[in-house]
Ligand binder design. Sequence first.
Ligand code: SF4
Length: 337
Amino acid sequence: MGLNLPVIEPTTLTPDEITAMQAEIRSLAAERNALLIAHNYQRAEVQDVAHFVGDSLGLSRKAAATEEPVIVFCGVHFMAETAAILSPDKRVLLPDLEAGCSLAATISAEDVVRWREQFPGYVAVGYVNTSAAVKAELDYCCTSGNVLDVVDAVPEDRGILFLPDFFLGAHVRRMRPDRKIEVWMGECHVHKGINPDALNAERAAHPEAEVLVHPECGCAGQLVYAMGRGDVDPEGLHIASTERMVQLVRERPATEFIVATETGIMHRMQQMAPEKTFIAADRGAVCAYMKTITLEAVRDALVKDQHHITVDPETTRRARASVDRMVALGAGGKPGD
Ligand code: SF4
């Protein structure tokens, strides 16, 4: 893919320094009346300082429902844009501008416009991992958890343009073989290691373990695709939103869980169920973009009021419409949001 990924630097702070910096950040956030939100794939010490940890759309909706006028989004750029779209009157800060997304970067708004011209009358459905400019060109936004609901809501005589995740699109095609669906060839670099062979090998090594898949980022797309093909046994495998995961790790009798998603989420799971064991399906499934956000960057965001993420009003209006259409279908609460 020829990606120029950021280098992941481990923190140089000692545990005491981490605790002190977290206290400083919380105090700065209180002074600035700022809400700190962190995606599940953030560094552990960043998750620990946040007021809320969760999925991108869930966090953006949470931020919109709270009073604080400033939102520090510890996640990647398209997520901060989504927060800005849902909270146009708030000041959304992204601590590091290098926090991009290889999947979102595979398609531009101009690409969508050209694609639509090639397929007149088709309905454009796009995954939440897209820029605000791309969302503005969509008819519907979707998550991996509600994509089939969204596709089913499109009149049967209309074709569908699905973007940007190829694996998720191919899965939808297989699940709805009677529909005309064109799929964009985008992919997330993280999912490559989370393949059916790696997962099946871990399952063979841990036969009692159940499998947890968090579907939101593109890193799980290949697995959803493999399940649809029958390459992965769905028995004991749960595709679950963050909240459902909280319930599952407590409710299920299993004491071992294989986690088939970016490894950052295991920090949250371990906190939810300290007595249980969590095994990464692929230890290399680490999103370098997510890891650009360090405690120092969060502190500097508050001190220097950086980096302000804005979306112009017209793009906000049009992008918001694609999100609202999804929510209006009652599909906003499925795993992945
Ligand atoms: S895990 Fe993949 S889809 Fe998610 S932010 Fe990173 S690059 Fe993008």
